[in-house]
Design a protein around this ligand. Structure first.
Ligand code: NAD
Ligand code: WQD
Length: 330
């Protein structure tokens, strides 16, 4: 299949391009590089030995996206493009709503116009809000605590309504848990701008000496050791999940959790990183971060049953691969 990957130069998008090309699909990337670099496209080509067609465009701009659809015979689209920093979304809500929601509308509109009926969307476990664990797809969604999370809830609803009006349309809403790690080549990985918000990039930058020490946000949660628990999933497992979702699309809307089903605490992740890479990660205990939930992880049974998806890579591999990328290639 020939697949449009919006946000394909970004962290999860670039790994998914690798997985798609490996499975013999053709890839067309549309990315405005607001949080990524064009050289990532070259790295994807280097890893796979295949060609990637790249358009530096903003997918909220209908005319620009229309010209991409006009040039290709696309079979499907995977929509990664979006802004993703939770804290920033509270300071710049309009930017987040505009970019994330309008990009979804414009892309869906182009799919309708050009009869591209396969659509995979990057959603997030954040849509569950502070729900019972494990999070399962059938749960009633609870409010998220930030505009970023709301853009995912709204985009999911828009795609569901669009599908109802266009029954030939097949949509997969993928709710990611916490993607970490990098491609085993060390050529592509996560490189956030500025000081990282997320745990693993913070750990790797402390290990490298770029940042002095990690602050562990809260050690009084009702969890195994008092620190926050998350379901960390290797980004290549996540990438392979997209290929499965795309290849198994059926008419209608399907929702899938993509995670491992296992919770890991902040302290457990620090220890795993130290053990995997034989390096110290200095840390201090700090106040809880506002908006954080104590613990969540995925019920993964639906993705396993319907897509044959199981995350294969261990926490130690996630830590090794994240460190290889940080250490050697930046
Ligand atoms: P990322 O920032 O690395 O990638 C997003 C890409 O989209 C970037 O390359 C950016 O330049 C591009 N982009 C943003 N707005 C655009 C626009 N209007 N037009 C064209 N390109 C645009 O982020 P990521 O971690 O790879 O996340 C990909 C998707 O997955 C996002 O939608 C994000 O919300 C979602 N998601 C991420 C996580 C996570 O923890 N990383 C978890 C759940 C969901
Ligand atoms: C993980 C754990 C922190 C940094 C966020 C978004 C979510 C999704 C993934 C997009 C928590 C603790 C962190 C630090 C710490 N993104 N932590 N010190 O908050 O689960 O999810 O990214 O959809 O929507 O909210 O991930 O990596 O920020 O935090 O102690 O410097 O690490 O408190 O327990 P989170 P995270």
């Amino acid at each position: 299949m020939e697949i449009l990957v919006t946000g394909g130069a970004g962290y999860i998008g670039s790994h998914t391009c690798v997985a798609l090309l490996k499975e013999g699909h053709k890839v067309v990337v549309a990315d405005n590089l607001c949080n990524s670099k064009a050289e990532t496209i070259d790295k994807i080509e280097q890893i796979t030995g295949k060609v990637v067609t790249f358009y530096e465009i903003d997918v909220t701009r209908e005319k620009d996206l229309d010209s991409v659809f006009a040039k290709h015979h696309l079979d499907g689209a995977i929509h990664f493009a979006g802004l993703k920093a939770v804290g920033e979304s509270k300071k710049k809500p309009l930017e987040y709503y505009y970019n994330n929601v309008v990009s979804t509308i414009v892309l869906a509109k182009m799919c309708q116009r050009y009869k591209v009926n396969r659509f995979v969307f990057s959603s997030s476990a954040t849509v569950y809000g502070e729900n019972e664990i494990p999070f399962i797809e059938t749960m009633k969604l609870l409010p998220t605590t930030n505009p970023y999370g709301e853009t995912k809830v709204i985009s999911e609803r828009i795609l569901m309504d669009m599908q109802k009006a266009n029954p030939e349309f097949a949509v997969s809403l993928l709710r990611y848990f916490n993607p970490i790690g990098a491609h085993e080549s060390g050529l592509i990985g996560e490189s956030p701008n500025g000081i990282p918000n997320n745990l693993m990039p913070y750990i790797t930058q402390v290990a490298k000496g770029k940042l002095e020490k990690l602050r562990v946000f809260g050690n009084d949660y009702p969890t195994i050791d008092g620190t926050g628990v998350r379901d960390y999933v290797h980004v290549m497992d996540l990438a392979e999940g997209h290929v499965l979702a795309l290849e198994n699309l059926t008419e209608g809307v399907q929702v899938y959790n993509l995670g491992t089903g296992q919770g890991t605490s902040v302290l457990q992740l620090i220890r795993a990183f130290e053990e995997a890479n034989n390096i110290k990660v200095p840390f201090v205990m700090a106040e809880r971060r506002s908006g954080d939930i104590a613990e969540f992880y995925a019920d993964t049974s639906k993705a396993k049953r319907e897509l044959g998806f199981t995350a294969k890579r261990s926490i130690l591999e996630m830590c090794k691969d994240a460190w290889r990328f940080e250490k050697d290639f930046k």
